[in-house]
Design a protein around this ligand. Sequence first.
Ligand SMILES: [Ca+2]
Ligand SMILES: [Ca+2]
Length: 323
Amino acid sequence: MNARRLLASTALVTGTALACTLLRPLEGISDGKRDAAPADAVPDVAPHCIDGIMNADESDVDCGGAECWGCLYDRRCRADADCATGRCNVLQCDCAPGFVAVDYPAAVPAAKYCVSSTEVTYAGYASFLAQCSDASCGAWQYASLAVGCGWNQDLAPSTSDPGCPPAANAIDAGLPAACVDWCDAYTYCAHRGLRLCGGVAGGTAQFDMPRATEWYNACSKLGERDYPYGLAFDPAACNGPEGGAPAPPATFPACVGPYPLLFDLSGNVAEWEDGCSSKDQTAECPARGGFYDSDEFGLTCLSLARLPKMTRAPWVGFRCCRG
Ligand SMILES: [Ca+2]
Ligand SMILES: [Ca+2]
């Protein structure tokens, strides 16, 4: 199946008008839920959402309700839709099923954020493609405008790059989604009401500060560990070194941590992160944690490959963050 569309040219022609209207739909692109405010969002919310007091129908100060951004972890809520984290649990925002609550550094006001338990699979990616393959997909339009992905007219995994499945029907749905470029990964997360993991306080990570990222913070538990499972390298824990091929997420039961149910941060496939060198098509973007053929050093939490944004490789996949 060829998923190429003429969306990008349409979006660019009408770019100015779209820029004003697409930031709001991004809040809850597919499911009607609002995410927390993106760092570069235009503050076009209702005045009561930025007045520092809990009023109107807000569930906590300046968040929740019908008009404000979703509330962060631990903030008060009445329903799942009040939470940027996607779940309201006993009147407090909590991580949704499939996500793991990870501590922020002490300097960040929010207590925790949510990280996907596993890498995104081809099965998950296929359901995204079924919903987001043409100009009606707001997430795609947003990515084109906001993060320099206007060149990306094809969201389907590569069938032509070396090592990638040669055709859509050759894809193993249980494996992590790979052979997708950085813009594909960014768009997937946005479409789901999530985001590609970025800087420690949300937003895009600084390219030259690889320790100040949500991904590294989760893997290392605030810098305490070299590997997600501990300080010492265990060659049998994760898929790598010399695994030779990707495995379904969570195949290696010891490849977990530093939080319960957080799998494969080391190895299997490397993971795109929101921390590119610029918004240009020619930017370099980080892929974290090594992959199935990485060595002891390539499998650390600090390991990252800086790859051209357009790279589509069988060893690079992604996961999403939220809240
Ligand atoms: Ca308010
Ligand atoms: Ca991984």
